[in-house]
Design a protein around this ligand. Structure first.
Ligand code: FAD
Length: 106
């Protein structure tokens, strides 16, 4: 079976980076494709209990694909739900761009 921690780090890197570079004003096609990508995760993510939890969270909190900012924030909150469940620290979502897009100031 896959290494759940390594898979998680790689997947969060992909998802947060993709959200960080998602358009501020996405086209209909970009929104539809982002929704497909996110909705595929609870079906295909190769850690089945992770996938089940994510599916439940996504039903309670549908993805915001309306803008780069909305998507980045939504994803940060979903990641924080996993962090809390695993007893890890919450991440300050205000720092999402610094972590995944801009890098630290200076
Ligand atoms: P990670 O949590 O992988 O984080 C990587 C980096 O992201 C951090 O170093 C930090 O810089 C940054 N970061 C942290 N929090 C945030 C945030 N909220 N927003 C933006 N950036 C942030 N593991 C399980 O054991 N059980 C599960 O049910 C489970 N579900 C998962 C569901 C999904 C969809 C994914 C992608 C992963 C899941 N994982 C699960 C894996 C788990 O989330 C971690 O990836 C893994 O435990 C490794 O953790 P880590 O401490 O190295 O950092």
């Amino acid at each position: 079976p896959p290494d759940v921690e390594q898979l998680g780090r790689a997947t969060w890197t992909f998802l947060h980076t993709t959200a960080a570079y998602y358009p501020e004003k996405p086209t209909t096609r970009q929104r539809a494709n982002m929704l497909s990508l996110l909705h595929a995760l609870p079906v295909l993510y190769p850690c089945s209990h992770c996938a089940t939890h994510l599916g439940t969270e996504m039903e309670r909190h549908p993805p915001d694909v309306s803008s780069r900012r909305g998507l980045s924030w939504w994803l940060c909150e979903r990641h924080n739900e996993v962090n809390e469940r695993l007893g890890k620290e919450r991440f300050d979502c205000v720092k999402t761009d610094e972590r995944w897009k801009d890098g630290p100031a200076d």
